[in-house]
Design a protein. Structure first.
Length: 702
């Protein structure tokens, strides 16, 4: 059949095809052993309601008759349904049956739909240069390097498993089929070898921590004295595309928060920079523009008296059962959702905690429930290990024994009852946990908790029953949070938001064999339409009382100023990264007095507190002080005046698990300074104590 004939036949019904073509199609599609390209695969490529299981069985029986053909029976039926040749071609394309397509599909000229892209890479990395093209018959590919034919370049993709400097060059792909040829744009591959030097690198400019406005452009820099290469890391994981002296954020987003470090290396050795912690904040006036009350869906009419959220991220499990993987992103997931729920346009009072024991989780739930009440929205988010048993969901504390049983975990359905006792108007559970059965083989008792039928409840699950929830080390968040964060501020019904999240995740994981079983679900039992963006009624009777309780539990000591020989040092506490039980100790030199230089560091905490709550990797980090009116940038470290007041940098140290503080907090501060007229550096240690009752989170947990 000529190409013109094929083109004319596309809109014909299948029943008009010559019987000789039907016979050839039957030869191709009647293969019972190839379920990916036979007549059954063709039916699977059609819309779900085209054929019932009984009809498929009838076609199957037709092929069992002497001289019978399942394909001919199917094509005859498709003809009776007035299906066109064009539709048949579409189904054959879906299953990729090229031999059958050659009978029916007109030839199409080649067209490059995605040209190869230039790349700058480090020697030894895996590199792929890809050219995507369409056409029929399927295009043939020929690669050129610097104008000459590249050996083994006969596919749409060039793969260098360990790229070398000699692979640098300009690559072009020639795509062809019987109707013509098309040439791609030039893609230049630059491969940088490891510099050969006589000395290992010495870092002379370390990246510095900063607080950066959301939406602001920002650059983080690291520079070494010797010629070298650079590799950036975030939260301990390599950032594959960041290999220059600067890592740029255009613009900075809250997902970019984290701990950054840079490795400089050459043939003689390497050096690792100090850790820089980047944090974000949002201008409330900017956040308010996210939501426009005049454009709300008509079904959203609810107004809350208040909204309260309990956010828990458990990562550092003490006893992991065999077969359970360590978690990576649960703490950062908790921080991420806490930062969003605290936005003024969301209106939640958020208690956000990480790494809680069984008793601490129960206490946190008590504190959470104490803030609930009539016409209040209650939201519980948990990221960590979990399991499901007889329709009930369990969240696991970090101190659970190796055998996870219901009595060693917290039942979500019990939490619902505790929330409902407070006459909470809307309950939302977002559970980023696995839903497999518990791992123990021993018998154990299970308490079944009744469902409060008048409660308005929505459950959002990261995965379906019997399956796991996943995270990728290379991502900033777990898979569920990665997509939840994109939709949670959409002003729609909660169920519609969770449906969007589920659809986005399914689209990502369906082609990934490692995470394809993660299919989010949500269950709803609501008689009204609730949105997380529902407004909060101003001056509701109990709102002020709740605000006072929430503020008290987040209370921190007032800042103090330490004076020594004219040097003024500010000691300040603040909550870090949107977490309620992690605080920062901030040390900032306000005035140098008669000194020409002063550096203040936190030397140590009291011994019984230090091991559990203090970590060297997050201690005495240098951070910029960026006031809201200042454009975020890298402060120049040279040409610095002899005396600065106020100094634009401060030392910050994180203290974890502040809820476990049982006595007054004592800090030992090390001052290193040089007085005017002297070249000698002197050291002075000062001790400062802060009352336990000044730390609200520790007080409410005691």
């Amino acid at each position: 059949m000529s190409n013109d004939d094929k083109q004319k036949r596309l809109n014909d019904q299948i029943r008009k095809l010559p019987y000789s073509i039907i016979q050839k199609l039957a030869q191709f599609l009647d293969d019972p052993d190839d379920n990916t390209m036979n007549w059954k695969a063709l039916i699977a490529a059609m819309p779900d309601d085209t054929y019932t299981k009984q009809q498929v069985n009838q076609f199957d029986r037709a092929g069992m008759n002497r001289g019978g053909s399942s394909t001919e029976a199917l094509l005859q039926d498709m003809g009776h349904k007035c299906k066109t040749v064009k539709q048949l071609v579409a189904y054959l394309e879906a299953i990729g049956h090229m031999e059958a397509l050659e009978l029916l599909k007109p030839d199409e000229a080649v067209e490059i739909i995605d040209h190869p892209k230039s790349q700058v890479v480090q020697e030894g990395k895996k590199v792929e240069i890809v050219c995507k093209a369409i056409g029929f018959p399927p295009p043939q590919f020929l690669w050129l390097k610097d104008g000459a034919e590249f050996r083994h370049g006969c596919d749409n993709k060039l793969v260098f498993k360990s790229v070398q400097v000699r692979d640098s060059g300009k690559y072009t792909c020639i795509v062809s089929n019987p109707l013509g040829t098309e040439k791609s744009k030039v893609a230049e591959l630059q491969v940088h070898g490891t510099p050969k030097c006589t000395h290992p690198p010495t870092i002379v400019e370390h990246p510095l921590s900063a607080v950066i406005p959301v939406g602001q452009d920002y650059a983080l820099a690291c520079r070494a004295k010797e010629t070298c290469n650079y590799q950036w890391f975030k939260d301990g994981f390599e950032l594959c595309d960041e290999r220059s002296q600067e890592i740029r954020f255009f613009p900075f987003k809250y997902q970019d928060e984290g701990n950054y470090a840079c490795r400089a290396f050459n043939t003689e050795g390497d050096a690792l920079s100090r850790i820089a912690t980047l944090q974000s904040y949002t201008d409330p006036s900017e956040a308010m523009r996210i939501r426009n009350p005049g454009q709300r869906p008509l079904e959203l009419t609810q107004i809350a008296d208040d909204k309260v959220a309990l956010v828990i991220g458990n990562r550092d499990y003490i006893n992991l059962p065999r077969g359970e993987s360590p978690l990576v992103h649960t703490c950062s997931d908790a921080r991420t959702i806490a930062s969003i729920l605290r936005q003024k346009c969301m209106g939640f009072k958020v208690i956000s905690l990480i790494n809680l024991t069984h008793s601490e989780m129960n206490k946190a739930i008590d504190i959470f429930c104490d803030l609930l009440g009539e016409n209040v929205y209650g939201l519980l988010y948990f990221a960590g290990h979990g399991f499901e048993d007889r329709g009930q969901n369990y969240i696991v504390p970090i101190d659970a024994e190796t055998d996870w049983t219901p009595d060693r975990a917290i039942c979500v359905q019990e939490i619902l009852l505790r929330m409902h006792e407070k006459r909470t108007s809307f309950h939302l559970f977002l559970l980023d946990i696995c839903r497999k059965m518990t791992n123990t083989k021993d018998a154990y008792p299970v308490t079944t908790y009744p469902f409060p039928h008048e409660a308005q409840v929505v459950y959002g699950f990261a995965t379906s029953p019997g399956h796991e929830a996943y995270e990728r080390k290379s991502d900033a968040n777990g898979v569920y949070m990665k997509h939840l964060v994109r939709s949670i501020m959409i002003d729609k019904k909660v169920e519609d938001v969770l449906s969007l999240v589920a659809a986005d995740i399914e689209a990502e994981v369906e082609d990934d064999e490692y995470v394809s079983r993660m299919r989010p679900q949500y269950y709803s039992k609501t008689a009204r339409a609730y949105s997380l963006m529902d407004p909060v009624r101003e001056n509701s009777p109990m709102s002020q009382q709740r605000s006072e309780k929430w503020l008290y539990m987040h209370k921190l000591p007032q800042k103090q100023v330490l004076e020594y020989r004219g040097i003024k040092l500010e000691i300040r506490f603040e909550h870090t990264n949107w977490l309620s039980n992690v605080i920062l100790v901030c040390l900032r030199v306000l005035d140098l007095g008669d000194a020409t230089m002063c550096d203040a560091n936190l030397a140590h905490l009291q011994k019984e507190f230090e091991e559990c709550h203090f970590h060297p990797s997050t201690t005495n980090i240098l951070r910029h002080v960026v006031p809201p009116e200042t454009v975020a940038r890298t402060w120049p470290m040279n040409n610095t005046p002899e005396r600065i007041a106020p100094v634009p940098v401060e030392r910050i140290s994180e203290i974890y698990n502040i809820q476990r503080l049982e006595k007054n907090l004592t800090l030992t501060i090390e001052l290193k300074y040089v007085m005017k007229g002297s070249q000698e550096e002197q050291t002075k240690y000062e001790i400062k104590a802060f009352n336990l009752k000044e730390f609200g989170m520790a007080h409410v947990f005691s």
